[in-house]
Design a protein around this ligand. Sequence first.
Ligand SMILES: Cc1ncc(COP(=O)(O)O)c(C=O)c1O
Length: 287
Amino acid sequence: MITRQAAQQMDQEDPLAGFRSRFVGEADHALYMDGNSMGRQPKEAEALVGQALAAWREQLIVAWREWIRVPRRIGDLIATSILEAKPGEVIVGDSTSVNLYKAAAAALSAQPGRRTILTSDDNFPTDLYMLQSLAAQHSLELKLLPADPVNGLNGAVLRSALGPEVALVALSHVAYRSGALLDMGEMTRMAHAAGALALWDVSHSAGSVQVPHSGCRRRSRRACGSRCGAGSATASSSRWRTSSRRRRASSRSWSASRRSFPPSRSSPACAASRKQGSAACRPRDRS
Ligand SMILES: Cc1ncc(COP(=O)(O)O)c(C=O)c1O
């Protein structure tokens, strides 16, 4: 059993201890453990939101010149400090469910001819709903593998369900209810050996336990959704996939168009912003 004194000693030696004072609510002394869903508010949050509102107010559409870079900038930070991934492999945006949906849809379209999705019956409810709807849309079979209520999905159960018809194995690294930690590297290897892709929800492991990306890299067939920091359950999440998958499994939006940003000097928004003294518009479009 750990004594109070030993716990206090561990607190003192904790390299993250200094971060406590950067969050509001120090005075209440409550042991607030719900960091995964709605963490305490960082003290800087109010000022940072104020800065974003000021940029919107003062720069109008030109504010996108910086905002458009934020998903990659924060993604690189998450990649290198939390996920042990490489810069350029993590992008921040959308919610976990939307990211998982997009990653699963891309994975399924990369696996024509394979008609089965595997997941565990203890997976997070939204992940299951998302997989159910994808399976229904594409006339695929979704198999729910029975997970142990304490230890989670057993590797042998997964192995016996894998076969040439399996397109995708979609699992949570840490089970949201039991806390069971799956062997991500080994299960990914099993999926790859059967020609399937693996999609991991690391909402409850990123930042808490090591996420073994390196073990999953061998055939570069992984994608994951993670939710980090003090965000609420619907906070922005990040999506990771290895670089060699990126070209085949990409979804694009208007912001991917090179012609979209920054606004041309001739655009009405840019004219308005020039009046206010901003020079942040690019030269006139040649087209
Ligand atoms: C493991 C897990 N996956 C997915 C989600 C859904 O997250 P979101 O509401 O951000 O889509 C949650 C939310 O708590 C979660 O805990």
